[in-house]
Write a protein that binds this ligand. Structure first.
Ligand SMILES: Cc1cc2nc3c(=O)[nH]c(=O)nc-3n(C[C@H](O)[C@H](O)[C@H](O)COP(=O)(O)O)c2cc1C
Length: 426
């Protein structure tokens, strides 16, 4: 059995999985339930200054589904509406009860009130958390109060907050950034220069989850009105991975990866990209703490298959291979499509895609069917000279091991075929 332990900020986590700061960590009792279920670490729901009352609206959560499966969620929930003193009592109890679990505090204060930040860090210092996450990323409700995402959209504010936290904290500081910026590398760098120990990416992505076309109102509707909310869940994974890559490239600091992880394999993607901890929120909100069992089993099985004995060996450097388009042009080869006629079902999906959005390089042909009595069946056929290796057909093919790319060893760049290169509107 592989060793799932992972060192992170001087703490040996018993596995890489961490419940992100959100409703599943809204109380000490919930955090205890997460630890009992097997999560290696958990981050409390963000707490703010005592004098900032938190009043939530209802409703505040809506999902976007495809084939009855949630692919994204919008929330307009604020930070914790529980008192700091209650939290401090609970964190003390958790510390005693779970010495082997990584307990992370999460705090937020206005971007221009350094005393409030320092006070919150001091309070966290007293209750034995292993690290403190600075929530500079909440995109709704809090920015209007000089908190949340407005703090990580300005490098100067990041600098002030991180410096203040570092000057006060006895434990490592994670700076949690918003993805809602033009260039997250600038923000990560500001956090690094100010001394942060690690970066968490990402908090939620600004968005509106949908419109109810019959009621003619936003899907997440507070009596007909909505606010730009935070989108989370599986659909934001590409944005999370991109931010991990950029933050690693810009700073080299340890990164806690978060955003759209819904399975063990997506966690592995984050590890290989360079993350050292895996935060999960939406998937826990939908399916509960017990998903950790499948996450651990899947990870262990993958490690065994790949001959990897320690999860820490999975923390990779794929971020170094995220490069410029110019470099890709130099690395590119002349790819063509190989079609496995044994597995091809002749469903025509690739042909339609290639006809209407590709290079007109696929058609169906009839072949002898040795398995069935009626003698023939349809399969996809490549029109070799038309194919430019764009990969659309591979990406849309619903059959495993049917279509694949291979290096044709022909010169690159490829020649556009005649009917594509000329005027197509004769
Ligand atoms: C309802 C809800 C409430 C959240 N509250 C917080 C919060 O209090 N503090 C925080 O740092 N992030 C909060 N988040 C953001 C999550 O921690 C996480 O960054 C985000 O949901 C992306 O991860 P996911 O795709 O696994 O959900 C919240 C997310 C949701 C859905």
């Amino acid at each position: 059995m592989g060793n799932l332990n992972l060192p992170f900020l001087g703490f040996e986590m018993e596995n890489p999985w961490c419940v992100a700061s959100a409703p599943p960590t809204a109380t000490g009792q919930l955090m205890a339930a997460a630890f009992d279920a097997g999560w290696g670490s958990a981050i409390m729901k963000t707490v703010g200054p005592v004098e900032e009352p938190i009043i939530n609206v209802a409703p505040r959560i809506q999902t976007m589904k495809k084939w009855n499966r949630e692919i994204a969620m919008q929330n307009i929930e604020l930070i914790t509406d529980r008192r700091l003193s209650v939290w401090l009592d609970e964190l003390k109890i958790l510390r005693k009860r779970y010495p082997k679990k990584m307990i992370i505090g999460s705090i937020m204060a206005p971007g221009h009130e350094m005393d409030a930040w320092a006070k919150l860090v001091e309070e966290m210092n007293k209750v034995g958390v292993n690290a403190i996450e600075l929530n500079l990323g909440c995109p709704h409700g809090m920015p209007e109060r000089d908190m949340g995402a407005v703090c990580s959209q300005d490098p100067n504010i990041i600098t002030n907050i991180v410096k203040t936290a570092k000057a006060t904290s006895k434990v490592p500081i994670l700076t949690k950034l918003t993805p809602n910026v033009t260039d997250i590398r600038m923000m990560a760098n500001a956090a690094k220069k100010a001394g942060t120990d690690a970066i968490t990416v990402i908090n939620t992505v600004n968005g509106i989850i949908g419109v109810d076309i019959y009621k003619k109102q936003p899907h997440l509707s507070v009596n007909g009105y909505t606010a730009i909310g935070g989108i989370s869940g599986n659909g934001i994974k590409p944005i999370g991975l991109k931010c991990v890559a950029e933050c690693k490239q810009a700073t080299g600091l340890p990164v806690s990866g978060c955003g759209g992880i819904s399975s063990w394999s997506e966690g592995v993607e984050y590890l290989l990209m360079g993350a050292s901890q895996l935060q999960v929120c939406t998937e826990v909100m939908i399916r509960g703490f017990k998903i950790i069992e499948g996450m651990n089993k899947g990870l262990e099985k993958y490690m065994a298959e790949m001959g990897i004995s320690k999860a820490s060996d999975l923390v990779g450097n794929i971020y170094e291979r995220v490069t410029s388009f110019e470099t890709l042009l130099k690395k590119s080869s002349s790819e063509k499509i190989a079609i496995n006629e044994d597995t091809c079902t002749g469903c025509n999906i690739c042909v339609v895609a290639c006809d209407d959005a590709g290079y007109d390089a696929l058609k169906l042909k009839t072949v002898a069917d040795t398995q069935r009595t009626h003698g023939t069946r349809k399969v996809a056929e490549l029109i070799y000279e038309n194919c430019t290796g764009c990969n659309l057909c591979v990406a849309v093919c619903p059959v495993p091991n049917c279509m694949s790319l291979y290096d044709s060893k022909e010169p690159f760049p490829y020649e556009l075929h005649e009917s594509y290169a000329g005027n197509t509107l004769d």
